[in-house]
Write a protein that binds this ligand. Structure first.
Ligand code: HEC
Length: 125
């Protein structure tokens, strides 16, 4: 994805501030790479706006988590979030419609995704 598209995507999410004040250039690059992974693998269900309303949700018996929902996302422990992403929804007694990503993501990418989701939901003031 081009830099412009990424910036546009960050702005569309109202996350410009999260990107404008990175802890470091390396963190900033990681967040952008992770946002790109999200756009590639997660947005079809969780939505390009990260609001759980992806194009693939029509007919899903369990709707994907709204990752922009601060309250709902704050209630998920970090280790559960990582496990749900690594081993799928069924591994944390949630819907198996949430697929496992352990064959695609490294443990580091999963940890980065959890950190990214905590930014998307503005869970850490
Ligand atoms: C095929 C559709 C689909 C895709 C693709 C998908 N998810 Fe999900 N996801 C779901 C559904 C459905 C749920 C809700 C499960 C439930 O509440 O029972 C969910 C729930 C979650 C949760 C909450 C887990 C919890 O413990 O409540 C997280 C975090 C999550 N997804 C992250 C991701 C990430 C990151 C990606 C991309 C790597 C992704 N999902 C891709 C369908 C999907």
């Amino acid at each position: 994805m081009t830099r412009l598209a990424l910036l546009g995507c960050a702005a569309a999410l109202g996350m410009a501030s999260a990107f404008a004040a990175p802890a470091s250039a390396a963190d900033d690059a990681k967040m952008k790479a992770t946002a790109h992974l999200y756009d590639t693998y997660c947005s079809q269900c969780h939505g390009v706006q990260r609001n759980g309303k992806g194009v693939n949700t029509v007919g899903l018996s369990v709707q994907p988590r709204d990752h922009s929902d601060t309250k709902g996302m704050t209630s998920i422990p970090l280790d559960e979030m990582a496990k749900a992403i690594r081993d799928g929804g069924a591994s944390v007694n949630k819907s198996a419609l949430m697929p496992p990503w352990n064959s695609i993501f490294t443990d580091e990418q999963i940890a980065d995704m959890v950190a990214y989701l905590r930014k998307v939901c503005r869970c850490d003031p």
